[in-house]
Design a protein around this ligand. Sequence first.
Ligand code: TPP
Ligand code: MG
Length: 325
Amino acid sequence: MALGKKQMALLYHNLVRADHFDKMMMNRIMQGKLLGFYHPGDGAMAAGVGASTFLGENDILNPHHRAHGMGYHVGRGTDIGRYLAEHTGKVDGCCGGRSSFHWSFPEQKVYGASGFIGWHFCPVVGWGWASKQKGEQMVLMASGDGSYGQGAAHEAMLFAMNWKLPIVFFCENNGMAIHSTAADMHPMPDISSLAQGYGMPAVVVDGQDVFAVAETVIAARKHALAGKGPTFVEAKTLRLREHDVGTPDLARAEPREAKYLEALKQRDPVVLATRRVLDEKVLTQKQIDQIYQEAKEEVARVEQFADDSPVAQPSIEELQAGVYA
Ligand SMILES: Cc1ncc(C[n+]2csc(CCOP(=O)(O)OP(=O)(O)O)c2C)c(N)n1
Ligand SMILES: [Mg+2]
């Protein structure tokens, strides 16, 4: 399904905002103004924005950990001020400032992050089952190439396919998992080949093209809501920087070549999307300048909100409130 101009403009706007927020997070961790880690999303924000911008309000969204799910948060419209307050241990954080990057926004059905890669493969079957019972609701579960070596990934795909659950397995394949390359870890070039083993429709899309990702996910969502079951969407993307800020950027114990990284930069999703919206007369240069100006102002507002929020000092009872074991 081809996107309309309004949809393209919204995607472009969200991509620029997500890119600004990712840069804000990078700046803040470098300045010691974030708790915990940051896994930069530089050059890779199109996948999350494209995957989440046109989900329904009732759909369950489980973002990827890269850029701490920023593209998905922007697409879903979660409050980035509360997201940043969470990352700075403030009371106005989405989890009361207790989780750092293990955030969630349960009231918006954004089911967060965990320290365990692939933790979500069992829950996603339950979310999919519940969504099927309720109807008009599906699940988008995002993860990376690095998670598909988990045994639970296969159980989840098997159950999802057998029970025709309304799930999109959305894989951001950036070719890397910390210092390991996807080529070293997977015998086939496309992670989505694994889904084909379960008879699941599997689509490979250019993860640098925010419009192509959105079109693919819209189609997969339609398929899911029609009761036809899951789809595996593999967005081919890239990792420009180190895995997380402070960890050396190595592949097989060697620094990645400057020439290789330069080639990756040519695929910057914002540059690609800007060219497209201008060529297709979706936006004028003046409107683009306005979008950039608004994104800058939004970043300033979000930072002010998080900085003004008091430091969280939860009591023992409050700390225990979210513990289930
Ligand atoms: C079960 C488990 N094993 C290992 C790790 C360490 N770890 C953290 S991120 C990561 C790589 C994830 O790679 P991928 O899923 O491709 O996402 P990317 O970081 O490339 O976006 C690993 C191995 C972990 N957190 N949990
Ligand atoms: Mg990866």
